[in-house]
Design a protein around this ligand. Structure first.
Ligand SMILES: Cc1cc2nc3c(=O)[nH]c(=O)nc-3n(C[C@H](O)[C@H](O)[C@H](O)COP(=O)(O)OP(=O)(O)OC[C@H]3O[C@@H](n4cnc5c(N)ncnc54)[C@H](O)[C@@H]3O)c2cc1C
Length: 405
């Protein structure tokens, strides 16, 4: 069957669903999302759901702030809970240089009307008594961010988009994308879909989808571990959920997950996954954990949070996460391919996906972006970058964790 649509969005993770919602909300409801399996099937289903207002890159802050806003908007429209826990976050500083960099961001947050405070080690201990603050110079505190249920947020966006008239086809892998006159032709197992615009929101799969179009996109999957602990008595006794902590020294993030901790670690020697091609039969799987190479980082987490080390690990999740060489997504039009757009390469796609979908949809509908975000311009990487260079830069970016750029 041949179908026609104004926009085809390929990929039903949080980013693709956010783009679809952003388009439908602006009246472009003649839009169809195509998903290989089920919504959230890629990285989204196993994400911790952390959505901070403190991005490592000041230029991205509006994507972070726009994300929570978009998820709550979709929740209100659809009735689907996004599971937002407004715990706030602490971004620790172990050097005066870090603290000065946090202070320099105060006007940015004041301009965005987002509560943001640079606080002393004693204040950190007051907010989070379980933390070892001995070596801290202070922290940035963003009291109104937190975490969402990544799947809940994706389904809320999808449902709200559907309510506005957009379409979603699951179990529909896109095979090929070709130019057809002034439009694009997309082949699936059963259909041919013609579209004026195509949005590639397929994360690390986008590299393979775009190759036949002559694009050499620097998108590869890195393995990323997160740990969920057993019950911690001190947490169970605390009536208020603790903030999420991001510790650049580890580097790691730690948040409360019910009565335990959930901790994501950025190791110094990361491993890639499936660099020669994503296995065709890859489903909602996790990768085998490899704790040995994470021990130095985990030891620093225990130094920061001694009770983490006194608690058993209940679950280890090792999942693929998409990276570009500088850790920024590819968000915007593809030069030389009219109507082709990229929304791929999201390493913190829950934290930035809602805002990114809104940003791209605004650009597509209005013909110009709402504000300049050159840092995510897909054209910033040369098309002839070789794989070894791409992988080396991705590994360095991953290992840098929360170092400020
Ligand atoms: C352990 C772990 C914890 C994480 N925790 C956090 C966190 O706390 N906060 C945060 O912000 N980020 C976190 N992330 C990262 C986050 O999961 C990703 O950034 C985010 O899910 C990316 O969303 P996406 O929509 O770009 O990609 P995906 O969710 O991967 O979606 C891409 C979709 O495209 C589909 N697709 C692929 N090929 C095709 C095709 N040919 N045709 C049709 N569909 C196709 C796939 O099936 C998939 O559903 C974490 C990642 C990991 C691994």
């Amino acid at each position: 069957m041949t179908r026609s649509t104004r926009v085809a969005v390929i990929g039903g993770g949080i980013v693709g669903c956010a783009v679809l919602y952003g388009l439908a909300k602006r009246g472009w409801s003649d839009a169809l999302l195509l998903e290989r399996r089920q919504l959230t099937s890629g990285s989204t289903w196993h994400a911790a759901g952390n959505t901070t207002y403190f991005g490592p890159y000041a230029a991205m802050t509006r994507l972070f702030t726009g994300s929570i806003k978009t998820y709550l908007e979709a929740e209100a429209l659809s009735g689907q809970s996004v599971g937002f826990h407004q715990t706030g976050s602490l971004r620790l500083a172990t050097s005066e240089a870090e603290l000065a960099a946090y202070r320099a961001l105060e006007p940015l947050y004041a301009g965005l009307d987002i509560p943001y405070h640079v606080i002393s080690p004693a204040e950190v201990a007051g907010i989070y008594p379980l933390l070892n603050v001995d070596d801290l110079c202070g922290a940035a505190h963003t009291p109104t961010d937190g975490h969402v249920d990544a799947s809940g947020a994706t389904y809320a966006l999808a449902r709200a988009a559907r309510q506005s008239g957009a379409g979603i086809m699951t179990n529909t892998p896109v095979g090929a994308i070709e130019r057809a006159g002034s439009r694009w032709r997309i082949r699936t197992d059963d259909d041919m879909i013609e579209a004026d615009h195509v949005v590639l929101a397929a994360s690390f799969w986008t590299r393979e989808l775009a190759e036949p179009l002559g694009l050499n996109l620097p998108l590869y999957a890195v393995q990323h571990h997160e740990f969920i602990t057993e019950r911690v008595a001190a947490l169970a006794a605390n009536p208020v959920e603790l903030p999420t902590v991001r510790d650049p020294r580890a580097p790691a993030n730690i948040r409360q997950e019910r009565d335990g901790f959930l901790c994501g670690v950025y190791e110094q020697n990361p491993e890639f996954w499936a660099i020669d091609g994503i296995p065709k039969d890859f489903t909602e799987e996790l990768l085998p954990p490899d704790l040995d190479r994470l021990m130095p980082e985990l030891e620093r987490v225990i130094e920061r949070l001694p009770c983490f080390g006194e608690t058993g690990i209940k679950t280890v999740n090792n999942g693929p996460i998409c990276y570009t060489p500088d850790g920024m997504p590819l968000l915007g039009p593809v030069a030389g391919l009219p109507g082709m757009w990229l929304a791929s390469g999201f390493t913190v796609g829950i934290g930035t996906g809602g805002g990114a979908g809104d940003y791209l949809a605004h650009w597509m509908v209005n013909g110009a972006p709402e504000y300049d975000l050159a840092i995510t311009n897909p054209a910033r990487f040369p098309n002839d970058m070789d794989r070894a260079t791409i992988l080396a830069r991705i590994a360095a970016t991953y290992a840098a964790g929360y170092a400020l750029k």
